[in-house]
Design a protein around this ligand. Sequence first.
Ligand code: ZN
Length: 203
Amino acid sequence: MKIICIGQNYKKHIEELNSDFPTEPVWFLKPDSSILRNNKDFYLPEFSENLQYELEVIFRVCRLGKHIQAKFAHRYYDAVGLGIDFTARDLQMKCKEKGLPWEIAKSFDGSAAISEFIPLEEFKGQKDFKFTLQKNDTVVQSGNTSDMLFTIDAIIEYVSKFVTLKIGDVIYTGTPSGVGKLAVGDRLVAELEGRELINMKIK
Ligand code: ZN
């Protein structure tokens, strides 16, 4: 399986990183070796001095497809959850300055925390989801997918022009503002629509 991640999908996050507004979805991949499940501890890697959290709503792909039109995209995902896109911001900034790809900052082992998935049918057609991240009992990120520049359906239409979506693939839809640095001993707790899906410790 693969993990498709969207960057720069919330206005205030683009502003906090001083990035330009994209005209098409910006996406990158994480390998399956980056997955961290079951609220396992995240170990700060030795290669970064500025390891940051990015809480994101994630969707699970349930159908094989290519060249999917946005109006049919809803048939290609069946469950929603939360993910943390752990990012070595210092390495990412160096790559961006040089115009290089960011893989070393985004794709390392453990960089993709994935919660349990909730079947979308439990939400009875609800389109938008609110979500929050607490770091050590303080809310540091809160978002609503209604603020995304590109909807999940638009993301699927765009990405599937280039790559085939396969059953079990996961799509990260981008982070809202409030990203920040992690330290040993931090605890991250994330909720989707009031349901706690992530509760993990930083070591
Ligand atoms: Zn991200």
